[in-house]
Design a protein around this ligand. Structure first.
Ligand code: ADP
Ligand code: MG
Length: 353
């Protein structure tokens, strides 16, 4: 990214975050009358806008700096595009040797590989070669030649990762393989930031890492937080529904922010490791509600790649997660445990029985 572009991004980030906060104060999403004014801060990291609202007069700028530092350290470890990150070092050693990583990176990889197994590879943290090839979200994004897609897809297989979780050592056993933990890193960071706030005695907060939300505690008036589900067809800050949560995380994987259109097809950033193409289905987004944000993050990506039918059945069978699917026909499907906690706020969208 050029300096000018980065500066513009940050400016845009701050403007968006302010707009977002403004909308939320007026809207249904949990910051309504009754709540005290939050102490608020915004950071640009994980390649996105992050806003933290703490509903406690004791929150200080110093504590925000400490919170931000935790996020920045995780970003520096997990972002494979910075050459000295732990993930980049593991990737550079693919096919050659094992690399020792920090406890954080180790735990992120353990979670990611667990989701890979459970989803039978629909979620796969070795998707790096495909992410590089498609370049979605960058200026060079375009549909690659079929032969290159096949070649890159042939390098994606979580079973070829050797993780020694006790020693925190990782080995990518084939040359050319690469890890990309973009689908779980923000969730993991959300959990860490929430734990930090709780340790410091803060009981009521909303951590929003580019749409990955961790709702700490409940509202000051004892009611649940009401978190908006982004309308996939409009700019940020407009909701199609709100979901009630207390002390849980709510994470959305959607195709409305990172994509390009070529010959009438929308190519987005959620890739199907089986064929190497952006998952071709009728979904706009999948939202997951769980106790742990890293789990919600990985699961929302997995469910999206599975598609509506398989994803809904998969989520329904999980005892510890709920999900909401939005289709391109403006239909909303939710798992049983979420039904009573969802309110549709946009008449164009229909909650399906
Ligand atoms: P976002 O980053 O927009 O919040 P996700 O959490 O769903 O959305 O993560 C998407 C990112 O995860 C992609 O940009 C890519 O780096 C990576 N990714 C894409 N497809 C997969 C997949 N099938 N399994 C694991 N990670 C993926
Ligand atoms: Mg995700």
């Amino acid at each position: 990214m050029t300096d000018t572009f980065r500066a513009l991004s940050i400016l845009l980030a701050v403007t968006l975050a302010l707009t977002l906060a403004g909308c939320r104060d007026r809207a249904e999403s949990g910051y309504a009358a009754g709540a005290i004014e939050p102490k608020s801060d915004t950071f640009f990291m994980f390649d996105t806008i992050n806003t933290v609202n703490v509903y406690d007069e004791r929150m200080t700028g110093q504590t925000f700096r400490e919170l931000e530092a935790i996020g920045r350290e995780l970003d520096a470890r997990l972002n494979r595009f910075s050459a000295d990150s732990e993930i980049a070092r593991v990737n550079a050693a693919a096919g050659k040797e094992a690399v020792t990583v920090s406890a954080d990176t180790c735990e992120v990889l353990r979670l990611a590989l667990d989701m890979a197994r459970r989803s039978q590879g629909k979620f796969d943290p070795t998707v790096g070669p495909l992410v590089d090839l498609w370049g979605i979200g960058t200026e060079r994004a375009a549909r690659p030649p079929e032969s290159e897609i096949r070649k890159a897809a042939g390098l994606v297989n979580y079973e070829w990762v050797e993780l020694d979780a006790a020693a925190c050592s990782v080995f990518l056993t084939k040359p050319g393989m690469s890890l990309d933990v973009g689908a779980v890193a923000k969730g993991y960071a959300g959990d860490r930031l929430a734990a930090f706030l709780k340790e410091r005695g803060f009981r009521s907060a909303i951590i929003d890492l580019g749409g990955n939300v961790v709702a700490v505690g409940q509202k000051a008036d004892g009611k649940p937080w009401r978190i908006g589900i982004q309308n996939p067809e409009t700019s940020r800050g407009k909701h199609v529904a709100v979901v009630e949560v207390r002390d849980q995380s709510i994470v959305t994987s959607g195709i409305y922010e990172r994509y390009f259109i070529q010959d009438g097809v929308r190519y987005h950033h959620l890739l199907n490791p089986d064929d190497g193409y952006p998952a071709q289905n009728n979904l706009y987004s999948v939202t997951v509600v769980t106790d742990r944000s890293a789990y919600a993050d990985a699961l929302s990506t997995a469910l999206f790649v599975m598609g509506l039918e398989e994803g809904l059945a998969f989520a329904e069978a999980l005892p510890d997660a709920e999900a909401l699917f939005l289709t391109r026909d403006r239909e909303m499907y939710v798992t049983g445990g979420l039904r009573d906690r969802v309110t549709v706020t946009d008449g164009d969208y229909k909650l399906m029985p």
